[in-house]
Design a protein around this ligand. Sequence first.
Ligand code: 13P
Length: 287
Amino acid sequence: MLVSAKEMLQKAREGKYAVGQFNINNLEWTKAILLTAEEMRSPVILGVSEGAGKYMTGFGTVAAMVKAMIEELNITVPVALHLDHGTYEGCYKCIKAGFSSIMFDGSHYPIEENVEKTRELVHVTENLGLSLEAEVGSIGGEEDGVVGMGECADPEECKMIADLGVTMLAAGIGNIHGKYPENWAGLSFETLEAVKEKVGDMPLVLHGGTGIPEDMIKKAISLGVAKINVNTECQLSFADATRKYIEAGKDQQGKGYDPRKLLAPGTEAIKATVREKIELFGSANKA
Ligand code: 13P
């Protein structure tokens, strides 16, 4: 069932759990995530960065694939198809393509411009029944060429954006995309508490879910985080399992080179990672 992320995130915030956003790259990724969410009776968000959208030949292809797959696989849990770190133009492209949820990342603009563009997108998405995520304070690290320094969000600015009526808010709290460096200072719960105080019941989004220790994840959820984004961890699981298959020479045994066999261990590894995260985030049996 393709739905906006609004209801699933409000339920998550009230029930003190988080819904996972797992980024997709191709058919195997999408299938693995949808089947695992269904098996665990968990709502799920499929994240698509602009780079991944381009890789899959365009947002129209992605939306058509996801909609058809939901039907062909009889997926009954709520699924949101969400643009991740969208540019202003990218948001409109995804709305046209039929995405059910949009992220406008205006964090690199001066706050006035972030507010103006977000305000416009609140109106557009609201009229169409889509959910909208906005961002304040950039997320550190690099994802698909989008580089952020990982600054903590200003709670006053978070309030300005939340008051526009967005569905969910990503506030930088020292989180970073990709692997965390050894000397990472950890999440700033001080910032998270200050943001929560200003934005009240707004579901908060934690980007950079890969490699955050379990106790920090649980604490973040207890402080209002209702959506957690995971991308790199599925990529690492897929790469590890694929490497093992090839290093064991299995691609050269029988028809082990058949892509359906070659990509199977990686696909199973994505499923295991998604299963683990759904359990940790507490969204199993909440569909
Ligand atoms: P990771 O790649 O660090 O898991 O971050 C994913 C993310 O935040 C997508 O927006």
